[in-house]
Design a binder for this molecule. Structure first.
Ligand SMILES: [Zn+2]
Length: 62
């Protein structure tokens, strides 16, 4: 990774970063299991850190 143009970190900081989509989905699974949540959580690829985050549905996070 050599391009350093416009690195925005605002949307990343404070969030849990997963290396793979499977990992992120596992995290969602844990949340659902704990809170009985079924919807509106999704895993999305982060363009800033190149990892995966878990977000709430409703808006597009990319
Ligand atoms: Zn990120």
């Amino acid at each position: 990774m050599s391009s350093k143009r416009r690195i925005r970190r605002k949307s990343c900081t404070g969030k849990i970063r997963h290396t793979t989509e499977a990992e992120a989905r596992q995290h969602i699974g844990a949340l659902v299991h704990r809170k009985g949540w079924t919807g509106r959580m999704n895993a999305y690829r982060c363009p800033f850190c190149n990892g995966w985050h878990v977000g709430h549905g409703g808006r597009r996070w990319q």
